[in-house]
Design a protein around this ligand. Structure first.
Ligand code: APR
Length: 167
């Protein structure tokens, strides 16, 4: 079962929160900016050493001043109309994050709605991809808590609609 909540991912006391970052990993606006602000300057120092991250992949860092112990940074695709591998790359983001969840013994992970803000990915389409990957993972890892975090009513309502379809 995927938990879906409305709120600010930086406040969640879970093992890991996922950041919708950019290829540089050096921070930005949106959830990326919120996470870097809340984590403090130590985060960007660690990120600098990672040398960036390709779209669709993920990297893990400590959580610093966040309640979460870890941050998993993933780079979503920029929406270019849908015929530039956007769906495949977004699926890859969730898969890459779940690989790091398994490798690091993480038992609870919260995801923002990757790529649906500045990167312009249509929310319902992104939600269907997110829930498909989350349900796939949960079916083989029932004990790991997976949370979809919606920052506003629009995302929440879209996600709820998709979740009902996906069940
Ligand atoms: N908690 C949870 N979700 C949040 C938060 C927050 N504090 N702040 C924003 N969001 C939501 C947005 O409402 C959106 O639904 O995260 C989702 C992703 O939006 P963005 O943060 O804009 O991320 P994305 O669309 O993937 O674009 C990434 O934006 O900030 C830059 O450096 C980042 O270049 C990268 C790009």
């Amino acid at each position: 079962m995927i938990n879906m909540i409305k709120g600010d991912i930086t406040t969640l006391k879970v093992d890991a929160i996922v950041n919708a970052a950019n290829n540089s990993l050096l921070g930005g606006d949106g959830v990326d900016g919120a996470i870097h602000r809340a984590a403090g300057p130590g985060l960007v120092e660690e990120c600098r050493k990672l040398g960036g991250c390709p779209t669709g992949e993920a990297r893990i860092t400590k959580g610093y001043r966040l309640p979460a112990e870890w941050i998993i940074h993933t780079i979503g695709p920029i929406w270019l109309g849908g015929s530039n591998e956007e769906d495949r790359l977004l699926s890859m983001c969730y898969k890459s994050c779940f690989e790091l969840v398994e490798q690091n013994g993480i038992t609870s992970v919260a995801f923002p709605s990757i790529s649906t803000g500045a990167y312009g990915f249509p929310i319902e389409r992104a939600g269907r991809i997110a829930f498909k990957e989350m349900c796939n993972f949960k079916s083989n890892h029932e004990s790991i808590e997976v949370i979809a975090v919606c920052f506003n009513d629009h995302v929440y309502d879209c996600y709820r609609k998709v979740m009902k379809e996906t069940r």
